[in-house]
Design a protein around this ligand. Structure first.
Ligand SMILES: NC(=O)c1ccc[n+]([C@@H]2O[C@H](COP(=O)([O-])OP(=O)(O)OC[C@H]3O[C@@H](n4cnc5c(N)ncnc54)[C@H](OP(=O)(O)O)[C@@H]3O)[C@@H](O)[C@H]2O)c1
Length: 244
């Protein structure tokens, strides 16, 4: 249903579970109406929408496959503009964390599509609304974009592309739209990561704990929920790991 919307609106890709879910809830608590996209997690997306509606905010869940950026972005645009007439915040969060598979000739292209092409097309598609709103973009990058991990080179290279894109978009969309990135260390463990691997990772984290999805949501709120003078920056959200 279309209606005039005075409330600020945030779009979070891959927002049904884990970090994206925490960002969506954080922005709803900060007063935003929310659109989240999902691929496989339809039921968690519906539950999140109900939870946000319970906070007297509006929330829509949009199915979109961002490995096909053109179709995915069109689906998002059609459904978002049918429900909301504005966009203030775009969080490019959707991601595929895949170990390199040399037998899969299209893997690097898939990762590039989700981490670089889709954020670029979303920014271009929504630039007019973001400019009208004086809005902000946050791209979810990764510490591994700076220090690539053997075995994950296609993933790391695509996140390095997103890092670079963040700087370019910050210049291109200024002065009306601020564009920043967050490069987390671990903020939500891979589900199957053994305890000894977790301990090994934490040995080089000065703050001596993993981050949390709420840590990310708080950083997103700082970068985009209010006025500030920050654009073209990548915030290393890593408990200090990158300085060790
Ligand atoms: N977790 C960490 O510690 C960590 C560390 C460094 C960087 N990051 C970055 O922070 C962000 C959030 O992390 P996360 O661990 O919560 O991410 P994640 O679980 O790996 O992925 C987030 C969402 O992306 C969606 N997605 C996957 N393939 C998609 C596709 N083809 N089209 C559209 N959506 C797709 C999934 O939606 P469905 O579930 O609906 O399929 C998934 O829930 C990511 O960008 C990640 O790279 C996270």
């Amino acid at each position: 249903m279309s209606q005039t919307n005075q409330t600020r609106v945030a779009l979070i890709t891959g927002g049904a579970i884990r970090v994206g879910r925490a960002i969506a809830l954080g922005l709803a608590d900060a007063g935003f109406d929310v659109a989240v996209t999902y691929l496989k997690n339809a039921q968690p997306a519906r539950e999140l929408a109900a939870e946000i509606e319970g906070k007297s905010r509006r929330c829509i869940a949009i199915h979109a496959d961002l490995v096909d950026p053109v179709a995915g972005v069109e689906a998002i645009n059609a459904q978002l503009t049918a429900s909301f007439q504005r966009l203030d915040v775009l969080v490019n969060n959707a991601s595929l964390y895949e170990r390199d598979n040399p037998g899969d000739a299209s893997q690097a292209r898939r990762l590039w599509a989700i981490h670089v092409e889709s954020p670029l097309l979303l920014c271009r598609r929504f630039a007019p609304m973001l400019k009208t709103a004086g809005g902000a973009v946050v791209n979810m990058v990764d510490l591994q974009a700076e220090r690539p991990t053997p075995g994950y080179l296609a993933y790391c290279a695509s996140k390095a592309g997103l890092w670079n894109l963040t700087l370019g978009l910050a210049r291109e969309l200024a002065p009306r739209v601020r564009v920043n990135g967050i490069a987390p260390g671990v903020v939500e463990w891979e589900v199957d990561l053994p305890l000894e691997k977790r301990e090994e990772y934490l040995r080089r984290v000065p703050l001596a704990r993993a981050g949390t999805p709420v840590d990310v949501a708080n950083a997103v709120k700082f970068l985009c929920a209010g006025e500030n003078y920050v654009t073209g920056q990548i915030l290393r959200l890593d408990g200090g790991r990158s300085i060790t």
